[in-house]
Design a protein. Structure first.
Length: 166
C-alpha cells in the first residue's frame, strides 16, 4: 500500500515538474492575469490528484491537463469573482505581463482575444498539431484552422501597427 502511495506521489510530482509551465502559460493566455493563472494551475493539479486513476499514459496526461486548464481558465473568466474583482497588480502597474523569451511577440499574442490567442499559443509555442488542439478545445479541425488564420491576421495587424510607431 505504501509503495502505491509513493508511486502516486511520484506521478503527481513528475506531472507538476513537467507540465506546470505549459499549464500556467495556457491559463495566462486565457485569464490575462498572472495571479489568476496561478489559481487555475493550482486547480488543474488538484483535479489531477483527484482523477489520477483516469490517466492512461503520458500523451493522455498532457492532453488531459491542457483540456482541464482550458476549461478551468474559461470557467474562471466567466465566474462572478473574475467579473467583479480587479487585481491590485492591475491597479498599481497597468499592463503588467509575465516575461518570456520573446516578450514583445508573446505580449502581442496575449493581446488577441482568447479565442485566437489560445489556438496560436498551442500551435506555435507548444508545437501541437491541429487535431490535438481541436480535441483539447472541443472544436472541429476546420475551426482551429480558421482561428489560426484569423489570429495570424490580427497578429499581423498588431505588429504592423507597433512598427509604424517606431
Amino acid at each position: 500500500m505504501m509503495n502505491e502511495l509513493i508511486s502516486a506521489d511520484d506521478f503527481i510530482a513528475k506531472a507538476v515538474n513537467e507540465y506546470s509551465d505549459t499549464i500556467y502559460r495556457v491559463a495566462l493566455n486565457i485569464t490575462k492575469n498572472k495571479d489568476d493563472a496561478f489559481d487555475v494551475c493550482q486547480e488543474v493539479f488538484v483535479r489531477l490528484i483527484k482523477s489520477k486513476h483516469k490517466i492512461k499514459n503520458g500523451e493522455h496526461l498532457k492532453a488531459w491537463l491542457l483540456r482541464v486548464a482550458v476549461n478551468c481558465a474559461k470557467s474562471f473568466k466567466t465566474s462572478a469573482y473574475a467579473r467583479y474583482c480587479v487585481s491590485l497588480d492591475d491597479i498599481v502597474e497597468q499592463g503588467v505581463t509575465d516575461r518570456t523569451t520573446d516578450t514583445t511577440m508573446f505580449e502581442s499574442v496575449m493581446s488577441l482575444s482568447p479565442k485566437y490567442s489560445t489556438v496560436i499559443y498551442l500551435f506555435y509555442y507548444e508545437n501541437m498539431k491541429i487535431s490535438e488542439i481541436a480535441k483539447i478545445l472541443d472544436i472541429t479541425q476546420s475551426a482551429v484552422k480558421s482561428r489560426l488564420v484569423r489570429g495570424r491576421k490580427a497578429l499581423k495587424e498588431i505588429i504592423e501597427k507597433e512598427q509604424s510607431y517606431d
